[in-house]
Design a protein around this ligand. Structure first.
Ligand code: IDP
Ligand code: MG
Length: 141
């Protein structure tokens, strides 16, 4: 069975009109787009999505950032897509993201405590299943 991952273009990426460029990278890499939707996140879904960070002092900044505009959410599939998409994204902190990666080429930060790093991707197959179910519903795994 082909592997799937959950990805997101965060509000800074949407606002900066990077959707086309990032989707182009995904297609050029040979991955298949299975789902795609532009929507506003909610605090409730973000608390579940970022459950490992809710107790951090900067979680309020994350909420403000992630609720600042619509996000493009999607599911992509392909061989080893979970790991490959993480590599395509680059390091969490743009300071560490190498040129050629999406974050290395486009991300800014930290600015005012916020790491605006343009994209998200699940960090394991288990997380991918959980995040696809969380954002798209149980039946879409
Ligand atoms: P990831 O996005 O590379 O998987 P995570 O550690 O899961 O990194 O963090 C999720 C998101 O939370 C990051 O992409 C970033 O937007 C935000 N974040 C993580 N650590 C910090 C921090 O120390 N300060 C501010 N925001 C952070
Ligand atoms: Mg993460």
């Amino acid at each position: 069975m082909t592997e799937k991952t959950f990805f997101m273009i965060k509000p800074d990426g949407v606002e900066r009109r990077l959707i086309g460029e990032i989707i182009h990278l995904i297609e050029r890499r040979g991955f298949t787009i299975e789902r795609l939707e532009l929507r506003m996140a909610t605090e409730d879904i973000l608390r579940q999505h970022y459950s490992h960070l809710v107790d951090k002092p900067f979680f309020g900044d994350i909420l403000g950032y992630m609720l600042s505009g619509p996000v493009l959410i999607g599911v992509i599939s392909g061989p080893k897509v979970v790991k490959s998409w993480r590599i395509m994204m680059g390091a969490t902190n743009p300071v560490d993201a190498v040129p050629g990666s999406i974050r290395g080429d486009f991300a800014m930060g930290p600015v005012d405590g916020n790491i605006k790093n343009v994209v998200h991707g699940s960090d394991s197959k288990e997380a991918a299943q959980r995040e696809i179910a969380l954002w798209f519903g149980q039946s879409n795994n």
